[in-house]
Design a protein around this ligand. Structure first.
Ligand code: APR
Length: 239
């Protein structure tokens, strides 16, 4: 692995599991408790906005619990980014802020961010840690009842796709961490990286639905597998 090669990392809910946040499709996952069609689509928001707001308000309050902290996998990625000489982009499907708090800088939240809101009236987007179900006024235009979570629902376009596609088309290594490979377009990133000639590696608790698309895979809890893999990668590149 040449030290000037570009690296793209994709993370999913599995990387935050050991920080105490639930995944979506594991037995104890979020979609085992509530139907995504009822809380994670534009149609659900149009049909019952208060229910959707309450769902994200509860998750936002949970994320701000002091017990929820970045784990060794988040920290290892932030440390690796600061040491890697070549281009590096971390793309997360997660709407938590654990990568941000761990210190990752070259970071894209392709599904948005739970601690941000957007105004349906003036298009403002910014940090908003309070509940939205209480219809707070938009900090920019002041109109109440116009804020929604700044998250990407099923059927909506993920964020910063041009930046992601460019990084994938020029990378030498693609690493997928803690994702089941169920949701597109993220599930297709491995194919895009392979088309660019990149080596592709899956680091996951167990083989994902897309495991066969990767050149390599290492399996176990992210807090063990990720720091170990990244340390070996730096050593092999002589960094
Ligand atoms: N370490 C590493 N991987 C883990 C761990 C762990 N401790 N615990 C669980 N995993 C793995 C699971 O084996 C699974 O493959 O993390 C993956 C989680 O998969 P999902 O629950 O489907 O989450 P994710 O892939 O992030 O979902 C993608 O779907 O619902 C939408 O928008 C939501 O961003 C989300 C998207």
């Amino acid at each position: 692995m040449d030290r000037n090669s570009g690296i793209v990392v994709l993370t999913g809910a599995g990387i935050s599991r050991e920080s105490g946040l639930h995944t979506f499709r594991d037995a104890d996952g979020i979609w085992a408790k509530v139907r995504l069609e009822d809380v994670a689509t534009p149609e659900a928001f149009a049909r019952d906005p208060d229910r959707v707001q309450a769902f994200y308000d509860a998750r936002r309050r949970g994320l701000m619990d002091p017990a929820i902290q970045p784990n060794a996998a988040h920290r290892a990625l932030a440390a690796f980014e600061s040491r890697w000489p070549g281009p590096f982009l971390l793309v997360t499907q997660n709407i938590d802020d654990l990568h941000d708090r761990a210190g990752s800088k070259s970071l894209v939240h392709m599904h948005g961010e739970l601690l941000k809101a957007r105004c349906l009236h003036c298009r403002w987007v910014g940090v908003h840690r309070g509940d939205l179900a209480s219809h707070p006024p938009c900090p920019n235009c002041g109109i109440p009842t116009t804020l929604r979570p700044h998250v990407v629902w099923f059927g909506e376009m993920p964020l910063e796709m041009e930046r992601i596609t460019h990084a994938l088309s020029t990378c030498g290594l693609f690493i997928s961490i803690g994702t089941s490979g169920n949701v597109y377009p993220a599930a297709n990133f491995v194919a895009e990286a392979r088309t660019a000639g990149a080596l592709t590696v899956e680091l996951n608790l167990e083989e994902s639905a897309g495991a066969a698309h990767f050149h390599d895979g290492e399996y176990g809890p992210a807090t063990t597998v990720v720091p170990d893999y990244l340390d070996r990668l730096l050593a092999k590149a002589g960094v």
